[in-house]
Write a protein that binds this ligand. Structure first.
Ligand code: PLP
Length: 360
């Protein structure tokens, strides 16, 4: 089999050890004689997987007791609607910080359901930066403030989060959850589709502060209330059992790597290899993000011309590098270096970038 270096933006690389373990127990999970996919979601064998994933995430991410970990469906995209449905009461404002396409999409859904505001936007500068925390515009009646912690498409990331006290801070962490330690207590709600850093697609993780669960429940369809899932420990209806099993395997792997701090150190090392290749190229490669806003997860860059981008991407593809094309909305190149992308892949990309530059 040929080696491939998977830099896909999502769904993306999974740890090889996780895939091998899943393969080894695919047809006989834990002595049941069945696949985990075939178990009842009410069985004790499945419940151990389900609770195991919740407990591991709490442990790895230092989640305080007053927060619930929920497993939801509909992707991060359904959260764009679930949040205003739940929290955007009459007379309140959903306040959004715009740092890229995903935050724009979140705002678009809130606009369908209530009053919104823009606390800050970096759109005028092609989303190359993260707003200055001291320049955010708040309103007395903000229902919440929403941000996107990592901008998957533009390749920018909040390096620290604003301290917001007048309303709950809500964060879409789809593309950087569990990539670095965070202070959960700065947030009312964190959500993430699993398919970048946590596992395969199909499950969305939400971490929600308990006191928010009772907000506005009577007007919200049952399955779209956070409380419904919190009260049932995310077993109100059939959960995506295989995705949650894979999530539990990925979390086990994170623990084996030494936890979130160790993962962060490795992520920094991985990203530095590629950013150095950009910075030491005498302008041959140009990063999209301003240096102080650079993402450790999605590294976006361009060659001198669109033609050069195409040629570089074709060469990379030929050599087994997968997923280096920029998002269709922005073009250029993007290397997604999520938790499960091995450092060997980043070393190989660094070498490719260096040698390609020297020959062109
Ligand atoms: C991928 C992504 C999404 C979309 O997630 P789905 O699970 O496909 O709905 C939303 N926000 C961010 C930041 C993402 O990276």
């Amino acid at each position: 089999m040929t080696t491939v270096y998977n830099f896909n933006a999502g769904p993306s690389a999974l740890p090889k050890q996780v895939l091998e373990r899943a393969q080894a127990e695919l047809t006989n999970f834990n002595g049941t004689g069945m696949s985990v996919m075939e178990l009842s979601h009410r069985s004790k064998e499945y419940e151990a997987v389900h609770q195991g994933a919740i407990d591991l995430l709490k442990e790895l991410y230092n989640i305080p007791d007053q927060y619930k970990v929920l497993f939801l469906q509909g992707g991060a995209s359904l959260q764009f609607s679930m949040i205003p449905l739940q929290f955007l009461k009459e007379g309140k404002i959903g306040n959004y910080i715009l740092t890229g396409s995903w935050s724009e999409k979140a705002l678009k859904e809130a606009k369908l359901l209530g009053e919104t505001a823009i606390a800050a936007t970096t759109k005028e500068g092609q989303y190359k930066t993260i707003p200055d925390a001291s320049h955010l515009q708040f309103n007395e009646n903000d229902a919440y403030v929403h941000l996107t912690s990592n901008n998957t498409i533009y390749g920018t990331q909040w390096s620290s989060f604003p301290d917001i006290t007048h309303a709950p801070l809500i964060a879409d962490m789809s593309s950087d959850i569990l990539s670095r330690p965070i202070n959960i207590e700065q947030f009312g709600l964190i959500y993430a589709g699993a398919q970048k850093n946590l596992g395969p697609s199909g499950v969305t993780v939400a971490i929600v502060r308990e006191d928010l669960l009772d907000t506005n429940v009577d007007q919200v369809p049952t399955v779209l209330r956070y409380k419904t899932h919190a009260d049932a420990n995310s077993l109100y209806h059939t959960p995506p059992t295989f995705s949650i099993y894979m999530l539990q395997q990925v979390l086990t792997w994170v623990k084996e790597q030494g936890g979130v701090e160790a993962i962060q150190a490795l992520n920094e090392e991985k990203a530095k290899l590629i950013y150095d290749a950009i910075d030491e190229s005498n302008g041959f490669y140009k990063g999209h993000a301003e240096k102080d806003a650079r993402s450790l997860m999605n590294i976006t860059f361009n060659l001198p011309t669109e033609e050069d981008n195409k040629k570089f991407l074709a060469k990379a593809k030929e050599l087994g590098f997968i997923g280096l094309n920029g998002h269709r909305s922005v073009g250029g190149c993007r290397a997604s270096t999520y938790n499960a992308v091995p450092i060997e892949a980043c070393l190989a990309l660094r070498d490719l970038m260096d040698s390609y530059r020297k020959h062109n």
